[in-house]
Design a protein around this ligand. Structure first.
Ligand SMILES: NC(=O)c1ccc[n+]([C@@H]2O[C@H](COP(=O)([O-])OP(=O)(O)OC[C@H]3O[C@@H](n4cnc5c(N)ncnc54)[C@H](OP(=O)(O)O)[C@@H]3O)[C@@H](O)[C@H]2O)c1
Length: 285
């Protein structure tokens, strides 16, 4: 692996509960210890985003709308994405995020292949078989089934959709291996309904929500996101009237009537990039 500087741990909440995940030596060296609080009888739900200093998460330009141009293609950010995917039973994305990335599969090694062996070792130690379940959430069901995530057989895919979305999906003839969970809804599904469907398909312990802004808005709205892993990239992207450049959340308003405050759980650094952990659990005010 081309030399990768470890993250520097600047601060961590003292009362971090839970058991350290069994990170292999190389991951431990690069990231430091990682643990999640105990969460009996329910999945622990984490989000992972990268944002500019001025709060832009997508440049909304063809070929440049993903997280890469936001982070400046920082390898450490991809390393952390891979680590969180490796720790997860399911990775959940909205159809907008899916449509923006042509050949993506939501596996740890896809995002950071250099640590494929370490990610696989972590999953083995955690008793997780194979890659995380890839979950795509869509209301309308207009998905392109030619994409690698459906065709390659690399991952199990669950689509969570509405009953109308299911009809559209059937019309588009998905590969037989793709699981579809249809829920009566008008038109957006609740985060809880999505989590229930993911749980039934095997995503019971750690669920990673990778966005985008509309999907994660539902999780914030229902207070179903336990923690946000936010990479803060030291650039100003700017906005004008030519195109919308979304922030972390779309489609929901919280402040001033129902602001969602969180508690800082950790700060790490790679050069001028910050890796922030915010706890949104019920006792975070
Ligand atoms: N910087 C980052 O870390 C980061 C992370 C993720 C995404 N992004 C960027 O964000 C942009 C996408 O933004 P977005 O807000 O459109 O993303 P999104 O939430 O991924 O996609 C929105 C679409 O997902 C489906 N969806 C979301 N929530 C749903 C719900 N509760 N029930 C049913 N369907 C639901 C709907 O699909 P249908 O239209 O099919 O009905 C909706 O139109 C992309 O440019 C992406 O690259 C950036």
């Amino acid at each position: 692996m081309k030399e990768l500087a470890p993250l520097e741990s600047l601060w961590e909440a003292a009362n971090g509960q839970g058991v350290d995940l069994p990170l292999p030596v190389e991951l431990l060296k690069l990231y430091g210890p990682l643990r999640f609080p105990p969460h009996p009888d329910r999945p622990y739900v984490i989000g992972n985003f990268v944002s500019t200093l001025d709060g832009v998460v997508s440049l909304s330009l063809p070929g440049q709308s993903g997280g890469g141009p936001i982070s400046g293609e920082l390898r450490q950010d991809r390393m952390v994405m891979g680590l969180l995917r490796a720790a997860a039973d399911a990775v959940v994305v909205g159809a907008g995020t899916f449509r923006d990335v042509r050949n993506h599969v939501w596996t740890p090694d896809y995002v950071f292949p250099e640590l494929a062996e370490e990610y696989a070792a972590l999953r083995r130690e955690m008793g997780k078989e194979g890659p995380p379940l890839n979950v795509i959430v869509t209301a309308g069901g207009k998905l392109n089934f030619d994409r690698r995530v459906f065709q390659s057989g690399e991952v199990h895919v669950l689509i969570v959709t509405t009953t109308g979305g299911r009809d559209e999906i059937i019309r588009r003839r998905p590969p037989q291996s793709v699981q579809v969970a249809a829920i009566e809804s008008d038109p957006y599904l609740t985060a809880q309904a999505i989590l229930d469907a993911v749980g039934e398909a095997g995503g019971e312990d750690v669920v990673l929500v990778e966005g985008g802004p509309r999907l994660i808005g539902n999780f914030f709205d229902e207070k179903r996101l336990d923690e946000l892993f936010l990479t803060l990239a030291p650039q100003i992207a700017g906005r004008d009237d030519s195109a919308e450049r979304p922030g972390l959340v779309a489609g929901k308003i919280f402040a001033p009537d129902g602001p969602l405050w969180s508690r800082l759980a950790g700060i790490k650094r790679s050069g001028s990039h910050l890796f922030l952990r915010y706890d949104f659990g019920t006792d975070s005010t």
